[in-house]
Design a protein around this ligand. Structure first.
Ligand code: UD1
Ligand code: CA
Length: 457
């Protein structure tokens, strides 16, 4: 049985941020949530997150908050002190304790499983997940005997030149016998360059007691990349993004210039869809099959039906676009919009909290807010629903097969019946009954008069 302790109470000074490091978003999800999710896949007996007061407050609203508890470490005196705090939250230290830093988000749960297997099979008191890397700068180095036994871990700042040349680094992820942990943590001192209590001192403490300390090499060193500053955050984000895009490519999605696309972890994309350069897909967005997402479009928390086409530079938030619809270029769907099948929403059209039934066309320069539009209706260029009177929002209801002439202002609340026609340039303030022609504008007058002549000189 494994218990998990996640360390997330550090200040993250190197981020130079008011936000604690582990709450910085990585592809739409806080850094810390990535590690928590990987660890939850192990189905641990218990999970403790060691948090600062701010982090503890933040995680209390997270979706999987019921599956772990938090213990507050304040002040943050180092990783050993953090684990000691974590132990106080565990109901039992029997079995294995898996310690994960909250800033190593790329680790796969399969690797964590492999580490636990290695730990058991080697009968170690402590097993470090390590990796051989080209640039070990900033990480703790794992020092081993020629036979591969770990004698100690030395932090970058405390390392000699010779030790700095070691390319085998500590990921910070450690499996340890719970029973031996509390006692050994008490032995850790803070006589190092940072005057902190280092968890990594446990390696030497156990080794000197004649206990077996081992290190498992992580096959893919990318998994153990830590995040201490904003450069590393962008590096890790790039790698996670490539992983996610790769997975969607395997599922049958085409990315024309994948390195320009931003895609968050929860997004789903159907096969034969094409994602053009510079697209942002955020939040709980689901793209159907055989869609085309045009260059520069930003889609957040929205559902796009099969075969829909989103033309370049469209922004879609909190909306549903049904199959076969065409949106954009340069369209804006704001939250609460539902766009029916085969609807056309064209250039410079803004739709807010409105429902457009199948076959509606609003092709140019229009604002549609708090409106329902029946199937087959055509909204002429420049039509505006005047939904706001300065204090309240009011609804507009437009029936089926209506023809709204260009540059119409529909002053809400107002209703237009099925089959009605509205003359171009109308200001509609009253109900339009079905199948009528509404003309709400000043009548054109053509006035005949004598030609003006230049005065004879
Ligand atoms: C740590 C390791 C280093 C390893 C590296 C891998 C130590 C002393 N060093 O260094 O060997 O190569 O991770 O990324 O452990 N934290 C607390 N309370 C504290 C201090 C830290 O909860 O008092 C948390 C942080 O929020 C963070 C994690 O522990 O999530 C690691 O702390 P950090 O300061 O980033 O350690 P590193 O210097 O990266
Ligand atoms: Ca770190």
């Amino acid at each position: 049985m494994v218990s998990v302790v996640i360390l997330a109470a550090g200040r993250g000074k190197r981020m130079r941020s008011r936000t604690p490091k582990v709450l910085h978003p990585l592809l739409g999800k806080p850094l810390l949530a990535h590690g928590i999710e990987a660890a939850l896949l192990l189905a641990p007996r218990e999970m403790i997150v060691v948090a600062s007061p701010i982090v503890s407050e933040a995680v209390s609203n997270w979706p999987f908050k019921g599956r772990f508890s938090t213990v507050i470490q304040n002040p943050a005196l180092g990783t050993a002190d953090a684990v000691l705090c974590g132990l106080s939250g565990l109901s039992s230290t029997n079995g294995t304790v898996l310690i994960l830093p909250g800033d190593v988000p790329l680790v796969r749960s399969s690797t964590l499983k492999a580490l636990l297997g290695y730990f058991d099979a080697s009968q170690s008191v402590l097993t470090i997940l390590g990796a051989e890397v080209e640039d070990p700068h900033g990480y703790g180095r794992v020092i081993t005997t020629p036979s591969g036994e770990v004698t100690r871990i030395v932090e970058e700042r405390d390392a000699t030149e010779e030790e700095k040349a070691v390319g085998f680094i500590n990921s910070g992820i450690i499996a340890v016998k719970g029973g031996a942990l509390a006692d050994a943590l008490q032995m850790v001192e803070s006589n190092n360059a940072q005057a902190e209590f280092y968890l990594t001192d446990l390696a030497a403490i156990f080794y000197e007691r004649g206990l077996k300390v081992t290190a498992m090499r992580c096959e893919d060193p990318e998994e153990i990349l830590g995040i201490n500053d904003r450069y590393q955050l962008s590096e890790v984000q790039g790698r996670l993004l490539r992983r996610i895009i790769r997975a969607w490519q395997v599922e049958g999605v085409t990315f024309i210039l994948p390195e320009t696309v931003y895609l968050e972890t929860e997004v789903e994309i159907g096969r034969d869809s094409v994602v053009e350069p510079g697209v942002f897909l955020r939040g709980q967005t689901r793209i159907g099959e055989a869609c085309r997402i045009g260059s520069g479009s930003v889609i957040e928390d929205s559902v796009i039906g099969d075969g829909a086409i989103i033309k370049p530079y469209s922004v879609i938030e909190g909306s549903v676009v049904h199959g076969g619809a065409a949106i954009g270029p340069f369209a804006h769907l704001r939250p609460g919009s539902e766009i029916g099948q085969e609807v056309r929403v064209g250039n410079f059209v803004e739709v807010k909290k409105s429902k457009l039934e199948p076959g509606v066309k609003a092709s140019h320069l229009t604002y549609i807010g708090d409106t329902t539009i029946g199937s087959g209706t055509n909204i002429g260029a420049g039509t505006i629903t005047c939904n706001y009177d300065g204090r309240k929002k009011h609804p507009t209801t437009i029936g089926k097969d209506v023809f709204v002439g260009s540059n119409t202002a529909l002053v809400a609340p107002v209703t237009v019946g099925d089959g009605a026609t509205i003359a171009a340039g109308s200001v509609i303030t009253k109900k339009v009954p079905p199948n009528t022609l509404a003309v709400g504008r000043a009548r054109q007058q053509n006035i005949y008069r004598k030609l003006r002549r230049k005065k004879d000189k």
